[in-house]
Design a binder for this molecule. Structure first.
Ligand code: SF4
Length: 491
């Protein structure tokens, strides 16, 4: 129950709040101490006497931008812009904790993910000695009583305000530019991205051949953002595996045993609790034993893999099981070539690729997400449409584009580009969501016509947002929109 309110609750308000704190902010805690969620919300909305802010060791600090709320592992806000005393402004991350002691208790000082933290924001603290990072205690800088802030943060204006604060300087320019001009710019940036990826494939193919370059691209795309490099490294082992096997074809279980063994993710012991899993592990180990000594030097340490915020369906073991199907079939590159050469209508592009990439149900992996998960009641396909789209946009079409570029035809729109621009939208992700919000505001999703335009947004974020900061300092993209509108339309 609130002790103090800035307005009298009407019946709707009481119903909305259930006469209690909002669920998202509720935690067991002393009455005069906010939850970490509430502290984060106060920071995000900057409900502070911003001119008075001083760290516990007495430095004046100005918040030029509070940063972007990070919903994934790591600091709570990314890329804030701060100014300490009269020093030049600096960009860095913000970690929010209720107590200052939690910085050490959580081991942040030794965690590389936190090395860019410039300010530790806490509720209350007494340390006056300089700390690294400096600590800002919010309790003496709120712009309203805590109870009032807690109530305000449940309202719609409070929910929408931070989204507006994400808008970049280019947002008004993009909003005012003719629609086709904006699509022209996105088309150009998407094309740049495709051609840059193609150039990477082309360079790799010069060293290792086109087929090997394709496998590396497919494995990278299966690794998502967390596990791109270990997946890439496994694909690099293919030539050596081929030499050891003297060109003998391998069945699906043999490939699965090889990948699980080489990845370092194969458990040494049976689960003793799941019969299906133990049966599968026994089979895999009986195959892996035969090759382990010869491949020992290639085995990756388990620590190369990242599992934070990973959906079980995207677990690397499951992705390697899928790759095992492709390799055992022995004809994936040839089937992709045939698919590419066929004039598919844009409506059939995705479905016809899925027919090639989606294997038959796997006796173990179609009913298990990981080697620790319980048996699923229903068969789960090893590959979904969203992942097939990622594979198409990031590996398969750039690979075909690379082959066209290598034939010195890079200036004419290619079949690979036609497929790329016809491809439907990919699944949203946090990077794309933030870039869309900064460029297009709340209407970002509606703006984008397909997967290529999403790639175009990511390219702009890479070329401009990543080179600037949260307050868009010295970003030249708005000027490009103003000046380049005509050129982009012709694009
Ligand atoms: S940094 Fe540039 S491209 Fe990114 S949001 Fe700001 S103005 Fe737009």
């Amino acid at each position: 129950m609130y002790k103090m309110r800035s307005w009298t609750l009407n019946a709707y308000d009481r119903w909305r709040l259930g006469e209690t704190e909002p669920a998202r902010l509720r935690e067991n805690r002393p009455a005069d101490e906010p939850s970490e969620n509430l502290l984060q919300a106060i920071w995000q909305h900057q409900r502070l006497r911003r001119d008075d802010l001083r760290t516990l060791d007495g430095q004046r600090v100005r918040v030029l931008h509070p940063g972007f709320h990070n919903r994934e592992a790591g600091p709570d806000f990314r890329d804030a812009v701060l100014q300490f005393e009269d020093a030049p402004s600096c960009s860095g991350d913000i970690e929010v904790d209720v107590h200052s002691g939690l910085w050490r208790a959580h081991g942040h000082e030794a965690n590389p993910a936190y090395e860019k933290v410039r300010l530790h924001v806490v509720w209350r603290g007494t340390d006056q000695i300089p700390t690294r990072p400096p600590t800002l205690a919010l309790h003496s800088f709120l712009d309203a009583p805590l109870e009032q802030l807690e109530q305000w943060l449940t309202t719609e204006p409070a929910q929408t305000a931070p989204r507006a604060a994400l808008d970049g300087h280019c947002h008004p320019c993009l909003r005012q530019a003719p629609v086709e001009t904006v699509h022209g710019i996105l088309h150009q940036s998407a094309q740049v991205r495709l051609r840059a990826k193609a150039a990477q494939f082309e360079a790799r193919a010069r060293q290792s051949g086109w087929e090997q370059a394709l496998w590396e691209g497919l494995f990278r795309a299966l690794g998502y953002k967390q596990n791109v490099w270990p997946m890439h490294r496994l694909a690099e082992m293919l030539p050596e595996i081929g030499r050891l096997n003297a060109g003998q074809p391998s069945a699906i279980p043999a490939w699965q045993a090889r990948w699980l063994g080489l990845s370092g993710l194969l458990p040494a012991d049976l689960s003793r609790s799941n019969l299906h899993t133990d049966h599968y592990l026994s089979q895999i180990w009986s195959l892996w034993w035969r090759e382990r000594d010869a491949l020992q030097h290639l085995i990756l340490p388990r620590t190369t893999w990242r599992f934070n915020n990973l959906r079980p369906a995207n677990h690397p073991c499951r992705r390697l099981a899928l790759a095992a199907h492709w390799l055992a079939a022995g004809n994936l590159p040839a089937r992709l070539e045939a698919w590419f050469a066929t004039d598919a209508s844009s409506a059939r592009l995705q479905a016809s690729l899925m027919e090639i990439l989606q294997p038959k149900p796997d006796p173990y992996w179609s009913t298990h997400y990981t080697l620790r998960s319980r048996n699923q009641d229903h068969t789960q396909p090893l590959l979904g449409v969203a992942r097939a789209t990622d594979l198409a946009l990031n590996a398969i079409l750039p690979w075909f584009q690379a082959r066209i570029q290598a034939g010195h035809n890079s200036d004419t729109p290619s079949r690979a580009e036609a497929y790329y621009f016809a491809w439907p939208k990919a699944e949203d992700n946090s990077k794309l969501r933030l870039a869309r919000q900064r460029l297009f505001g709340g209407a970002g999703w509606r703006w984008l016509r397909g997967g290529a335009e999403q790639q175009g947004v990511l390219q702009i974020a890479h070329d401009y947002c990543d080179q600037s900061n949260a307050i868009c300092s010295q970003c030249r993209f708005p000027e490009f929109i103003r000046r380049g509108a005509t050129a982009a339309e012709k694009g």
